[in-house]
Design a protein around this ligand. Structure first.
Ligand SMILES: Nc1ncnc2c1ncn2[C@@H]1O[C@H](COP(=O)(O)OP(=O)(O)OP(=O)(O)O)[C@@H](O)[C@H]1O
Ligand SMILES: [Mg+2]
Length: 454
């Protein structure tokens, strides 16, 4: 009998990594994001082993172990944790967590432990399997949907570049699928069995970003009371995805350039260089050319990063993919909610005519909303309009209002900037949009962020 393994972790990358490793070894893997999903699996499927993250968001992994034992007393449990403190360890052993796995996870430790437990159970009697297993999560959530010529070009690039160790710059507007492409490159590379770590450079201050990536020695700065490995060290053998690379400071860019050139890093506060074997993928939705001209981005780094560049088209440039994407999102929704919602032709037509500043992400959200709101089980154009909330029908049909709409948008942004005294993060927050969206809008509406009232 194939050993079935339940993976419970709120981190998608960890789940996928574990499942792909276990899958490749011939185990059947069921992934759950939280205790609730895990319990659903446990009620339908007999599993022999559960790998449980000790910090499941708000829930507590240790408490959750007791519930697993309540449902399937025969299941072996393994705790996974990044903070193997003695207390939690003792507690989990008492609660019946018989094994322990430290994070970052290593393939050999993982497989060694799984095989050992398997052997041990084979010398024990076990129960009967229950029919009706739900589908394992697998890689369904990472498929890249689209058959337009522009997407075919993207697939060709992924296929060409994935097996190499080349640095790749992924460029495309917000929500167009840059992270998805990065994951596909990693998944098709020889590093696929190691994790890919994504870090959003735009969201972190320079010093935080540097200490996250490079690590630090004890006393490197106030508060650095113990040495710490950075992501470059802990991701050795794997991939690092640097999102929003355009938002980094020139100081950070110099350091990154050094990593790319020398394949070495230095922890903050240390004089020693350490070799690292990490593949770097980077993404941006900004116009890097413009940043280079404005001296905000180093040209030499740009050339290093863009050894290979993949351009993701905006959704509007590949309208023919919209019906496919809609079908994909609807079937995901239906599966998760055990429903059979469909979308009629008129609604599809409308979706293809609408404008999509938030690209695929916006489409995904809208479909989800429309599906929830639909009472008949068939999404109509009116449902789409209601779900978009912004009068999609009128803006798609009546082009002539666009100029005034643009004017209104411009006014609002300028006002918010004034109120926030030019602070961009605050402005974005006031407007309820992301900072990068603010940049994009400003560019489109020709607002000079430094002198908005001009
Ligand atoms: N081709 C695609 N097929 C299916 N889903 C997609 C596709 N492209 C994007 N998505 C979905 O749209 C959402 C946004 O994708 P992703 O996070 O990769 O975009 P992004 O370009 O990194 O966005 P941002 O610039 O905001 O960081 C995700 O939920 C992703 O799953
Ligand atoms: Mg992204």
């Amino acid at each position: 009998m194939t050993t079935k393994i339940l993976v419970v972790d709120d981190d998608r990358a960890t789940r996928q990594w574990l499942c792909s490793v276990l899958d490749a070894e011939g185990y059947v893997c069921h992934a759950a994001r939280n205790p609730k999903e895990a319990e659903d699996v446990l009620h339908h499927t007999e599993v022999q082993l559960a790998l449980v993250d000790i910090y499941l968001g708000d829930a507590n992994g240790v408490e959750f172990l007791q519930r697993i034992r309540g449902i399937q007393p025969d299941c072996d449990c393994v705790m996974m944790t990044a903070h193997a403190s003695v207390e939690t360890m003792a507690q989990s052993v008492k609660d019946g967590a018989i094994e322990y796995l430290g994070k970052p996870l290593h393939i050999d430790d993982l497989l060694g432990l799984v095989r050992r437990l398997e052997k041990r159970r084979q010398s024990r009697p076990h129960g009967q399997a229950v029919a009706g297993d739900p589908e394992p999560e697998g890689f369904a959530g990472t498929a890249i949907i689209g058959r337009s010529p522009k997407m075919l070009e993207v697939y060709r690039s992924i296929a060409r570049v994935a097996p190499t160790d080349a640095t790749v710059l992924i460029v495309g507007p917000s929500g167009s699928g840059k992270e998805r492409v990065a994951r596909a490159i990693h998944a098709h590379s020889k590093r696929a069995r190691m994790p890919m770590t994504a870090i959003n450079c735009g969201a972190l201050a320079e010093s935080v970003l540097e200490s996250e990536l490079f690590g630090h020695e004890k006393g490197a700065f106030t508060g650095a009371d113990r040495p710490r490995r950075g992501l470059f060290e802990s991701s050795n053998g794997g991939t690092i995805f640097l999102d929003e690379i355009s938002e980094t400071t020139p100081g950070f860019q110099v350091k990154l350039l050094r990593v790319l050139q020398e394949r070495q890093i230095r922890r903050l506060g240390s004089n020693t260089y350490l070799p690292v074997d990490v593949r770097i993928l980077a993404a941006t939705n900004a116009d890097i050319g413009e940043r280079i001209r404005a001296k905000q981005f180093r040209e030499d780094l740009y050339y290093r990063l863009s050894v290979m560049t993949i351009h993701l088209p905006a959704l509007e440039e590949r309208q023919e993919d919209i019906p496919l994407l809609v079908r994909h999102f609807l079937s995901g929704f239906n599966e998760r909610n055990a429903r059979r919602v469909t979308l009629n032709e008129e609604a599809t037509g409308l979706l293809m005519r609408m404008s999509w500043p938030g690209n695929v992400r916006e489409l995904e959200n809208l479909i989800e909303r429309a599906a929830i709101l639909s009472t008949t089980g068939e999404i109509s154009a009116e449902d789409v309009e209601r779900a978009s909330g912004a009068g999609a029908l009128s803006s798609a049909k009546a082009e002539e209002t666009a100029t005034t709409l643009k004017g209104v948008e411009r006014q609002q942004i300028v006002r918010a900037l004034r109120e926030a005294q030019g602070n961009r993060s605050l402005t974005a927050r006031k407007l309820g949009i992301e900072r990068k969206t603010l940049y994009k809008k400003a560019r489109r509406l020709e607002i000079d962020l430094d002198a908005p009232e001009k």
